[in-house]
Design a binder for this molecule. Structure first.
Ligand code: GEK
Ligand code: PPY
Length: 247
């Protein structure tokens, strides 16, 4: 993984453009996500462990909104189930190109990894194969809210018995005091990771139009409406959480 530090919002911008997963972001993405999302390394590593419990023989494992393929790499390191393949999909050309490079590097470092296909495409237009593990790791929050239920319904239909959706999201909180406290603590987390107040403020204004978090209750209700039978939160660090949804 590249070591380039994220300084994208370090200088004052006269107008902060909407956040996009372009080449500038791709270059600093591993540093950006680790310093911005509390618990991210723990979630990614454990996603592989969880996936190994849900993977079913001869099915597909999906990494939806794969970015640089961190989740795909964890799936390939942990899952040994017979006849499985991984499909990683992202609609950012810059992400997909760099993701393929990282996965080629992983191929040359390890043996007996699951086969992987990286697709440049829109997860809203995906024709799902029978799947046992579907990961949406901080991707649903970037999907327009009106399209989230339909996507989750397609995901539910694709899952085989014994499989699971693993959904990680930034959370909003319905209680204002709880929301403000965890937002302040997230800002403190970013500051402790070396971001200045200017960087934090400009990043927030870049993402506020493109990333719309829901509450845990909204996520749970939507998953149940999509047909899932059970929603089990398995991790939360400040305002970032991950859930297992069973078909
Ligand atoms: N409609 C869409 N179709 C396909 N991809 C999309 C779409 N919308 C957004 N994306 C992609 O979803 C990813 C979200 S980042 C995921 C992190 C990764 N999962 C990780 O575990 O490292 C989250 C973050 O940066 O907070 C980006 O790469 C987008 O291009
Ligand atoms: O940076 C933030 O405040 C976030 O909420 C998460 C994030 C991380 C990486 C890209 C976009 C959003």
């Amino acid at each position: 993984m590249t070591k380039e530090p994220d300084r994208l919002f370090a200088q004052p911008l006269s107008q902060v453009p909407d956040f996009a997963f372009n080449e500038d972001v791709v270059r600093v993405f591993p540093d950006m996500i680790k310093r911005s999302v509390p618990g991210y390394p723990t979630i990614v590593e454990n996603l592989g462990v969880l996936a190994a419990q849900f993977a079913q023989p001869n099915t597909t494992l999906y990494d939806l909104g794969s970015s640089l393929g961190a989740v795909t790499q964890a799936l390939r390191r942990h899952v040994r189930t017979e006849g499985c393949q991984v499909i990683a999909i992202d609609n950012s050309q810059a992400m997909v190109e760099r993701c393929r490079e990282y996965l080629n590097a992983q191929n040359s470092m390890f043996q007996e990894l699951l086969p992987v296909t990286v697709i440049k495409g829109d997860i809203l237009a995906l024709d799902f194969k029978p799947a046992s593990v579907i990961a949406l790791n901080f991707t649903l929050q970037f999907i327009p809210p009106a399209q989230r239920l339909e996507l989750l319904t397609c995901i539910h239909q694709a899952l085989v018995p014994g499989g699971a959706l693993i959904l990680s999201e930034k959370l909003r909180f319905e209680d204002d005091q709880q929301h403000d406290l965890l937002t302040d603590l997230h800002i403190a987390f970013k500051r402790a990771n070396g971001y200045s107040d200017l960087e934090i403020a400009q990043k927030r204004s870049a993402i506020e139009n493109v990333m719309k978090p829901d509450s845990l209750e909204e996520n749970r209700d939507r998953l149940l409406a999509a047909g899932f039978s059970k929603v089990v939160p398995w991790f939360q660090c400040l305002n970032f959480a991950s859930m297992i949804a069973l078909p």
